[in-house]
Design a protein around this ligand. Sequence first.
Ligand SMILES: [Zn+2]
Length: 452
Amino acid sequence: MQTGTCENREVAPISRNTVLLLSAAALAAAAIYLHVSLSTPAERQAFAEAAALPSPYTLPSAELIRAQALFRTEAALYFIGSLWGILQLVLLLALKVPSRIQGLVERTSSSRWGQCFFFVFLFFGLNMLLNAPLRLYGHHIGLVYGLSVQGWASWALDWFKSFLLAWIVGGLLVMVLFWIIRRSPQRWWFWFWIPTMAAVLFGVYLSPILVDPLFNKFEPLQSVNPALVRQLERVAAQCGVDLPPARMFYMRASQKVTGMNAYVTGFGPSKRLVLWDTTVAQATPDELSGVFGHELGHYALHHIELGVLFAAAALLLGFFAGQRITWYLLRRFGARWGVRSQQDWACLAVLMLVLNFLSFFSAPVENAFSRAIEHDADIYGQEAIHGIVADPQGSTVAGFQRLGESSLEDPTMHLFAEFWMFSHPAIGLRASFAAVYNPWHEGLHPKYFHER
Ligand SMILES: [Zn+2]
């Protein structure tokens, strides 16, 4: 039962250790960002040349009109969805819904485990219902524009599986969080960061093995397309990356979507390359080599590890700020919302409100980091296929053209959207850069392949 203590009402002064820890996190994030975004002379020259030329990525006029309409809808869905995610929590708190759910679960069960999982089930379920209209509309848009071919029943099943996963993983983390809050009301932002990072590492490690197969079918690429594996092995050998065929997977994405994709995921024994069947079916062998080179770049340049470090710094800063804002909100509105202290289950709604708010406004920073990594992988991919494919610039540009057509990306979009929403640079910018990037030109040097 709750003690009703007001420990959150006293704001502890920030200790020297806290300042040091947060400064270290901020410095780490800045250093990682700088490390991935340091540019070479060849890169700067290509940027300057690309800016002066029209982008090679274009769409025929009928497709362009559809792409522009799709872009407007997707941008609206993103911003409305994010703001609705925040607003619905404010409304629920104002109506004291979280505190009523808390009352219900405390009457139903005396065990903290039972209360926690029941609370998380009801609260996440409520969020899922409130988000349903936008989610349904989003899938409808995917079908209308031909980006998705997934039937409604299969889509609903995937949604249900995601909910169960969120409930189980979320329930465990919430249990740990409240256990820590009760033991360290002042420093829980730091102590909770440790199990959260463990969960992130477990997630990165286990997702490819346990979670991804719940949603899609994976097969060894070797058993589907051995000729492609041989060609990819040549690119891997050129990069000096050890990626045996056993680590190359083929995903049957065409049962659900029409767009193309490839990615590197996992680490240690679960690290792997995944190529979507849509990509293998649509791209030429030279373009596939470029895609593979890009993915090997993520592998060779340790982007998964960098991403985990970046997340560690961001979460540490986010949890600290989150705790302070939560305290402020509880002091100011706690009585009105029926949330007595940060130990109340209902405080989860306040924490989610604060974390949703912080994550919405930090999306541009997170995406800038991701785009810097993706840009480096683009450079790596283009350099990796030098000497293997006849025209690295041409085939990379052709690959981006195909990627843009398959995802119906608007080449004329406002770059504010890229700044806020995009984890990858806009395809038009990627194609512009690829068309003129030539580090083998007189007096220039490749960024990653110095010896050749
Ligand atoms: Zn990438």
